[in-house]
Unconditional design. Structure first.
Length: 341
């Protein structure tokens, strides 16, 4: 009974956060007209060759978001408000998933604080109001993470099935979800002796996911991304080669808001932003250091390791690819790192 009460006491604050998050996500939803990528998606949805374009691989973008949005537009129209609220719904639904995932790894208080930070995250709110796939993909990434944590605690058929579906949907929503899958694999192979997952079962699941990813890899990734970018090298990119400052700015944007909104402020007051970021970094480092010095908190250490891997794997991987192979580093492509941050 005490355990149930302990959970119930957080239910009302969580509902309040969800209501506040819903308000922030839909406030002035159609205030601005579509920008280029939004307009391109809507034009494609309204064209007569949408399904033909989907079969041919679009523009190299995974098809799940546009596929579902197509039927949404048929029902609710293609105005800024009606299409963007589709993203808002998934953004709002991500809040309780954030709470549940953190609760599985830590406790109710930390989970509530995490949900609070995400509710008022300007970066998260920005993509909740954009008719693009980012908020949509974040929902499935958080769902995949939640059931991954449940799996390593208790390997049940239900957890395996939901994990498979949510991870598959996350991939078909955006390629950046592969960074979280990478983090999950790093965690399992490092701590498999203490996980509730048998290693052979995990490897089989990864092979199943690869087989389910292959159709889109064959249709779109190879002909539209790999061949023109890395083999023929005919693809021209608008993305600049990143510097160390790019990584620094990534974390500043996660804290302050989207680069299109606060980018000018960051450039003007970079020293102040660096100082604030350094202070936050020192506080995080000291708290992590204190945790790792404790002898009894092995589960918390593993949870922090997972969060650190999730935070830095997309940023470091895409940065190195951009430096040594081809520039791909854009903040929104590593935006999944927002959640562990």
């Amino acid at each position: 009974m005490a355990k149930k009460f302990f959970k119930k006491q957080f239910l009302f604050p969580l509902l309040i956060l969800i209501i506040v998050g819903a308000f922030l996500s839909i406030y002035k939803l159609s205030f601005q007209s579509y920008w280029l990528d939004e307009a391109r998606s809507i034009i494609l949805l309204l064209s007569g060759y949408f399904f033909q374009a989907m079969k041919s691989g679009f523009f190299g973008v995974p098809p799940l978001y546009e596929f579902i949005l197509y039927f949404w537009v048929k029902l609710f129209g293609h105005s800024e408000g009606s299409t963007r609220i589709f993203s808002s719904i998934f953004s709002i639904a991500t809040l309780p998933l954030m709470y549940l995932a953190v609760k599985e790894f830590f406790d109710n208080k930390i989970a509530m604080f995490s949900a609070l930070l995400l509710t008022f995250s300007a970066y998260h709110i920005y993509y909740a109001q954009e008719a693009r796939m980012y908020a949509f993909s974040w929902f499935f990434v958080m769902a995949s993470t939640l059931f991954f944590i449940k799996l390593i605690k208790k390997s049940t058929k239900r957890n395996w099935i939901i994990y498979l579906i949510t991870t598959l949907f996350a991939f078909y929503a955006h390629y950046s979800s592969l960074f979280v899958l990478l983090t999950q694999n790093i965690f399992v192979f490092m701590f498999w002796k203490r996980c509730g997952i048998k290693l052979k079962h995990w490897i089989c699941m990864q092979l199943v996911l690869i087989m389910l990813f292959l159709p889109w890899v064959y249709i779109s990734v190879i002909p539209r991304l790999i061949i023109p970018t890395f083999i023929k090298k005919t693809e021209t990119f608008w993305i600049a080669v990143p510097s160390y400052r790019t990584i620094l700015e990534t974390f500043i944007y996660f804290i302050w808001g989207h680069e299109w909104i606060v980018g000018g402020y960051v450039n003007k007051h970079l020293l102040f932003c660096k100082a604030l970021l350094s202070l936050i970094g020192i506080m995080i480092f000291l708290s992590i250091w204190a945790t790792f010095r404790q002898k009894e908190s092995s589960q918390k250490k593993e949870a922090i390791f997972f969060m650190l891997s999730w935070c830095f794997s997309p940023i470091i991987t895409l940065y190195l690819v951009s430096i040594y192979i081809k520039p791909f580093y854009v903040v929104r492509y590593v935006s999944l790192a927002l959640f562990p941050v």
